[in-house]
Design a protein around this ligand. Sequence first.
Ligand code: GRF
Length: 195
Amino acid sequence: LKLGIMASGNGSNFEAVAEAIKNKELAAQIKVLIYNNSSAKAAVRAENWSVPSVFLDHRKYKNREEFDREIVQTLRQYDVEWVIMAGWMRLVTPILIDAFPDKIINIHPSLLPSFKGINAVEQALAAGVKIAGCTVHLVCLEMDSGAILMQAAVPVLPDDTSETLHARIQVEEHRILPQAIALAAQRQPQATVMY
Ligand code: GRF
């Protein structure tokens, strides 16, 4: 599988995919990392893994469509088949969706369809749920709404802050994202795990 990873920040999920490939748990190559914030730690991680990275600054494009056109061109240039959004904080347009039909995957730190959008972990805490988690899903136009590939659950503990809960969720993200990529490629969606 030829992967293109898109990240806006830390990139721990990028790292998890790279590790899974190294450990032969996922038969894939990361062809390129696209990032949109110059300070994204994901770029440093890509360099450490000798993965090419491309900085595309959304602020320089006149609208989301123009930005997505550039993204598609970059993904094509690097011969990408599957697009993985790992902490990509931009809304997408049909330009990107239509270029990779059913081949764009996102990871979100909640048990969807609960708590879509930003601050999902804070939303879960505010709602007082006792079980939180993460979801890997196919990307469609509507934010955080495509077909669910995998989910994993974690407990919410009484003293949790958004940081401690997010850290617990991220352990599961790093575990299920590589698995979900493999499942998606085999066209076996609907596999759901809960721990
Ligand atoms: C993750 O929690 C992911 O679910 C969300 O953004 C965060 C990215 O984390 N979409 P990282 O940059 O991979 O560490």
